[in-house]
Design a protein around this ligand. Structure first.
Ligand code: PLP
Length: 362
């Protein structure tokens, strides 16, 4: 029985590449000739250790991660990193600078307040988080332990298009919802956070890329599982890692390599988002409120002229196979999340549906 084509616009957990899901299905009961499912195999088996090592090598290749950076595959999602970052990097007396550009950087800032001295060095709160404050207006502390940004605000749909120069302090960035959607110069960061369930794999994993010199600052007082130095020393296997999520992430890395890498992912993201924003801007019915230079290629929020149409839009979209378009409860309206796995046909189907809906209700 074939089900009708569904395009899933969920912000996360989100759509994964078809070929990855097919491969996982094919080897679900017999992984790698073991006669067992990967989720039944010890994380300390030679097969799983080989997977872990190969996945790291693939990620290093895809992102061009320099040798002086370590890669961790951790549990607790991206949000645990909101605490782990200050717990590990914020040392006595020093404070950290936060650039608050939306919900996720706000959450990170609030969590960091529990663990040390932090300041807001710039915020777009007064602009309703619809832009990113000009770099020239950031009030950075030259002695800051680090400067924190969320480089793609998943809820507001606001994306840094360049890595900001923050001077000598290490730049810590939450790349969760646009990781692997474009090439990035890892050497410009001190630490990168990427939760898995947006653009990397299933939920359950957070990838952390950390520069050598930032490891082991505060080790004595930390719970070992929350200590980067401990997790580095144990190659992310101090305890049982989320093996199935890791396995799918490893398949996603292979898929990205086979498709041609991050340049190709970026071209596709530009095409998908460009087409959708153009359709929104041309309509006079739908609106995206984000300052154009900072519009996200991954998360495209939009509103209808009357909130009363929202429920109808969503139910008709669902009937047309367009899933999970409801905007975040904090902002309302709609949001189309169009990560690496979203084919152009999905965006075309959404635009066709939007035009048809506008015709009937505009
Ligand atoms: C989803 C998301 C998070 C939170 O991820 P969890 O894995 O649920 O903790 C953090 N930051 C960004 C930018 C996100 O999109």
């Amino acid at each position: 029985m074939t089900k009708k084509q569904v395009y899933n616009f969920a912000p996360g957990p989100a759509m994964l590449p078809r070929p990855v899901m097919k491969k996982a299905q094919e080897e679900f009961l017999d992984w790698n000739g073991t006669g067992m499912s990967v989720m039944e195999v010890s994380h300390r088996s030679k097969e799983f250790i080989a997977l872990a090592q190969e996945s790291e090598a693939d990620l290093r290749e895809i992102l061009g991660i320099p040798a002086n950076y370590k890669v961790l595959f951790l549990q607790g999602g991206a949000s645990s990193q909101f605490a782990m970052v200050p717990m590990n990097l914020l040392q006595g007396g020093k404070s950290a600078d936060y650039i608050v550009t939306g919900s996720w950087s706000s959450k990170a800032y609030k969590e960091a307040q529990r663990h040390g001295k932090v300041r807001v060095a710039a915020t777009s709160k007064e602009q309703n988080y619809m832009t990113i404050p000009d770099r020239g207006a950031w009030q950075l502390d030259k002695d800051a332990a680090y400067v924190y940004i969320c480089s793609n605000e998943t809820i507001g749909g606001v994306e840094f298009q360049e890595v900001p120069d923050v001077g000598p302090a290490p730049l810590v960035a939450d790349l969760t919802s646009h990781a692997l959607s474009r090439p990035v110069d890892v050497s410009k960061f001190g630490l990168i956070i990427a939760g898995s369930q947006k653009n990397i794999g299933p939920a359950g994993l957070a990838i952390v890329i950390i520069r050598d010199d930032l490891i082991g600052k505060e080790s004595e007082r930390l719970p070992s599982l929350l200590d980067y130095a401990h997790m580095v020393a144990n190659e992310s296997m101090s305890n049982t890692p989320p093996t199935f999520s890791w396995y799918i992430a490893a398949l996603v890395f292979k898929w990205i390599k086979a498709e041609g890498g991050l340049k190709v992912m970026e071209q596709r993201a530009i095409q998908r988002s460009g087409k959708l924003y153009a359709a929104i801007d041309a309509s006079g019915f739908y609106k995206n409120p984000v300052d154009k230079p900072y519009r996200s290629r991954m998360n495209v929020p939009f509103t209808l002229p009357d909130e009363k149409l929202d429920a109808k839009f969503l139910s008709e979209a669902k009937a047309a196979g367009l899933e999970a378009l409801k905007g975040h409860r904090s902002v309302g309206g709609m949001r189309a999340s169009i990560y690496n796995a979203m084919p152009m046909e999905g965006v075309d189907a959404l635009i066709d549906f939007m035009r048809d809906f506008e015709k009937r209700h505009g």
